[in-house]
Design a protein around this ligand. Sequence first.
Ligand SMILES: [Ca+2]
Ligand SMILES: [Ca+2]
Ligand SMILES: [Ca+2]
Length: 243
Amino acid sequence: METCFVKTLSMVLATSLLPGGAATAAAPVKVPIPGWTHLSSRTGDLPEPNGGTEQTACVTFDVDGDGKTDLLAGQFWFRHRGGGEAFEPIPISDRPGRVRAGHFMPGKVAQIVYSSGDGDGPLRLYACQGDPADPHAWVPRTLLEREVLSGHTLEVGDIDGDGNLDIFCAEMHTPGPGARCRAWILYGDGQGSFRAEVLSTGLCNHDSRLADVNGDGRLDIVSKPYTWDTPRLDVWLNQGPVP
Ligand SMILES: [Ca+2]
Ligand SMILES: [Ca+2]
Ligand SMILES: [Ca+2]
């Protein structure tokens, strides 16, 4: 564990220069800025998230609904046991990749979604059927008919505004399936089932995001490629229900 306390803004201001180059004589403004406690698997503060050399995502979410925020990284759910820094690694997926969590069906315990990340693999929803601390209680279900190829985009949110959580999953072009690369929206019914719709074909997505970029209350999609057709940025503005 490494703890460092960054100097306060008052110290920064006290040593700043006026436009003419003279040191300011203004009274320091005491605005605290954060100190940081650094935990690392390299120093044994945290378990290693998986045994491979590739891991493409991590996210925070209270998976078991106990009020303590947990971590998801690599193939593991790091269950927050309390005490500030105690995390118990529970294997969920058989492979690392992009990961998100959310409540796609009723219940205290959330579900966990994995996509392929930099490789190829299925889009899977893991739902707990039993004790969430038991890795065998997490049952996977594949959500798309084919594997996701270089699926470096995975987001969750209520895209159609019906109150049920949806999934945005998209592939890269290069590396990836080239002109066949797809972006999907999987509309959830709140009971764990989804209706998959293809949003686009042939457009590269790499770390694309859901966000309400025009402030109308509907989630939009901010899309960007990796190296294909760069520099490039695309925004899909959500126009709401269509007949
Ligand atoms: Ca928790
Ligand atoms: Ca929805
Ligand atoms: Ca919007």
